[in-house]
Design a protein around this ligand. Structure first.
Ligand SMILES: Cc1cc2nc3c(=O)[nH]c(=O)nc-3n(C[C@H](O)[C@H](O)[C@H](O)COP(=O)(O)O)c2cc1C
Length: 149
């Protein structure tokens, strides 16, 4: 399967999780392209069998549970565009001590559904990724299997 991983990060966790996901999918025989979301247009993301969007949740303009600023720009630029039945998936890093745990995931899912995209599997929300990478990479590994099955 030809997989695109599009991510953004503030403190490096989402990048590390995506690198692990990329390695896992590559080892399983898939072709993976990993880029930051500000490197691609909406149209670029259509060139894959599966596209994965990965964002931390953060404060944006005083509101908690928002995607990374670069995703906010991407969503604003892609408002009326359509996935038209194409497979998508969402990975979110967050911290459950915040009121809107992994709120970015809900926003990205709503964007995919509004664009007639199809979720390949349930989104993965990871709590405190950098505090236990071994355990959390285990979750990423399990998720990778569901994504491509
Ligand atoms: C200022 C700030 C705001 C945050 N807001 C949220 C939030 O609203 N919801 C959430 O689940 N996590 C929140 N987090 C936790 C981050 O999403 C989490 O640490 C994540 O792993 C960061 O990913 P990154 O390393 O890719 O930037 C916040 C963290 C910081 C420092």
């Amino acid at each position: 399967m030809n997989v695109g991983i599009f991510y953004a990060t503030y403190s490096g966790g989402t990048q590390a999780a995506c690198e692990f996901l990329s390695q896992t999918l590559t080892t399983a025989g898939h072709t993976v392209t990993m880029k930051t979301i500000n490197e691609v247009t909406f149209e670029d993301t259509l060139n894959y069998d599966l596209r994965i969007f990965a964002s931390p949740s953060w404060d944006f303009e005083g509101k908690e549970g928002q995607p990374h600023q670069d995703f906010i720009t991407f969503l604003a630029n892609s408002a009326v565009k359509k996935f038209a039945g194409k497979k998508c998936a969402v990975l979110g890093l967050g911290d459950s001590s915040y009121a809107h745990f992994c709120g970015a995931v809900d926003i990205l899912e709503a964007f995919i559904k509004a664009g007639d995209g199809v979720l390949a599997t349930e989104s993965l929300k990871i709590d405190g990724y950098l505090f236990d990478m071994e355990k959390n990479n285990g979750l990423v590994s399990e998720w990778a299997k569901k994504l491509t099955s």
